[in-house]
Design a protein around this ligand. Structure first.
Ligand code: P6P
Length: 339
């Protein structure tokens, strides 16, 4: 067991000892973690908190919003808007960016989040989570009419300065990177603080576990069908080993399993919506998860290119995702890019 280091102490040491993060970024990450604690409390209340069920509204994705989606979004906005560390926020649950109101001080950071990923699992008590990504506002033109716009958010994932997720499961666990590896913090509910429980996470380069929604098999492209078919053939097939399958349908939970024991997660393009590159969102799902996975020694592509190198053109654009154990992701990418 680690010497008991709180998230606050971990971030202070990153700031002072390593010079890794400036004070405003440390404040931002502490505020996001505090918001995740509040979301965790709302989630664990379940039916007792009258927070289950649909909000009878749709988000920009055309998906029915759950009450907890909206609660989580509001918690993150209210926690972060007054601190002076942000210029604006973007969320899966909001069509447009949220510019920090004039009455509050402004900062140089941009915060993006999926406030509650895995909503379809909320009402059935399966793990869900918050995903967040931090960018730095690039152009600082004080004369600009609009101090910040959606265009400021359209930066490739390789520009992130921090990324993380919080999974609300049997434990509430915050997983974070600021670019020098991945650390994991478990919420001590008695103390009300996140405590460092693992750092320097490393994803095994090989795995026997894949995560994909098999019900979409008939809709996949040939390279994905080939990869999954070879896994299903087991030790008698070309892979020479048996595979296991897991699919939680909460990206946060599936990625956390991979972060903890390896595996490969896939949400590829499929022909149900041929004009969309995939289901998952680039800016606040794929980019933060891709950076975390790479920081832990894994790989993350859209089947053809590194996710973190994709230059976004729209705030809510989607992307295919293949991420996890390096040698498996490389294989899937090879199948998409035959020589
Ligand atoms: P499907 C949750 O809605 C989500 O965005 C991801 O968390 C998850 O991996 C995926 O969608 C599940 O999608 O089509 O299997 O329900």
């Amino acid at each position: 067991m680690h010497r008991r280091i709180s998230l606050t102490r971990y971030l202070v040491e990153k700031q002072h000892n390593d010079g890794r993060i400036p004070p405003e970024l440390r404040l931002l990450l502490e505020v996001v973690a505090r918001a995740c604690k509040r979301i965790s409390l709302a989630v664990t209340k379940g039916a007792l908190g009258e927070v289950l069920g649909s909000a009878e509204s749709e988000n920009v994705q055309g998906e029915v919003q759950k009450k907890l989606d909206i609660i989580a979004n509001e918690v993150l906005i209210e926690a972060n808007e007054w601190g002076g560390h942000l210029a604006a926020m973007a969320s899966e649950e909001m069509d447009d960016i949220y510019v920090v109101p004039h009455r509050f001080p402004k900062g140089e950071y941009l915060l993006l989040f999926d406030p509650l990923d895995g909503s379809s699992n909320i009402d059935v008590n399966v793990s869900i989570g918050t995903i967040f990504s931090v960018l730095r506002k690039q152009n600082d033109d004080p004369q600009a009419v609009d101090p910040v716009s959606a265009a400021d958010f359209l930066q490739a994932g390789n520009q992130q300065v921090a990324a993380g997720y919080c999974v609300y499961g049997p434990q509430t666990t915050l997983v974070l990177t600021v670019g020098d590896g991945v650390a994991m913090f478990t919420l001590d509910r008695e103390q009300g603080s996140f405590v460092l429980t693992a750092e320097g996470l490393k994803i095994p380069e090989d795995t026997k576990e894949f995560a994909i929604n098999m019900s979409n098999l008939r809709h996949w492209d040939a390279p994905v069908k080939r990869y999954i078919d070879e896994c299903l053939q087991g030790k008698e097939g070309p892979r020479g080993k048996d595979f296991n399958m897991r699919w939680v349908a909460s990206m946060v939970a599936d990625v956390h399993r991979i972060m903890t024991r390896g595996g490969v997660f896939m949400y590829p393009w499929d022909k149900r919506e041929p004009n969309k590159p995939g289901k998952l969102r680039l800016m606040y799902e794929a980019n933060p998860m891709a950076w975390l996975i790479e920081q832990a020694g894994g790989c993350a592509t859209d089947g053809r290119q590194r996710i973190l190198d994709i230059q976004p053109t729209q705030l809510h654009q989607r992307v295919s995702v293949v991420l996890g154990s390096k040698n498996e992701v490389d294989r899937v990418t090879r199948y998409h890019n035959p020589l």
